[in-house]
Design a protein. Structure first.
Length: 140
């Protein structure tokens, strides 16, 4: 399909509002409500035009996401440098925090174990529903 900007320039304000709302909505109804557009305006259009608007909305969403990801990708090195610079801080808490974040990102966070017990530290009863018959088992 042609350049997204060129396509958007050909649309009226209601179609633009719909496209922006649709790019952030799961349903057409949700998009129409969000854009404050009467359902008749949308559904009076031929099916091919409605499909075209939805395709443009998808292009718009992909374009926005792509641009955002490019910005974030370009900032990764700078963000890593900021984290690494924290290691040179005079404040021990900043050094510790920066060290932990760097290690967590490169090596993964350590596994946290948890023990779960029932009331007053006892066993947790497990209920299993087998068709219409209820069986209760004690985990001891």
């Amino acid at each position: 399909m042609e350049d997204l900007r060129a396509i958007l320039e050909t649309l009226d304000y209601r179609d633009l509002a719909y496209i922006e709302a649709r790019s952030n909505s799961f349903t057409v109804t949700e998009a129409l409500r969000s854009a404050k557009i009467n359902k008749a305006y949308y559904y009076d259009k031929p099916q091919t035009e409605r499909d075209r608007l939805d395709e443009i909305a998808l292009m718009y969403k992909r374009d926005v996401m792509l641009r955002a990801n490019i910005i974030l990708d370009n900032a990764v090195v700078q963000a890593a440098e900021v984290k690494a610079a924290g290691l040179k801080s005079r404040d021990e808490r900043v050094k510790q925090s920066a060290s932990t974040e760097i290690l967590d990102r490169r090596l993964g966070k350590p596994v946290t174990k948890a023990e779960i017990t029932g009331k007053d530290g006892g066993a947790i009863p497990i209920e299993i529903f087998d068709q219409a018959v209820k069986k209760v088992y004690d985990s001891d």
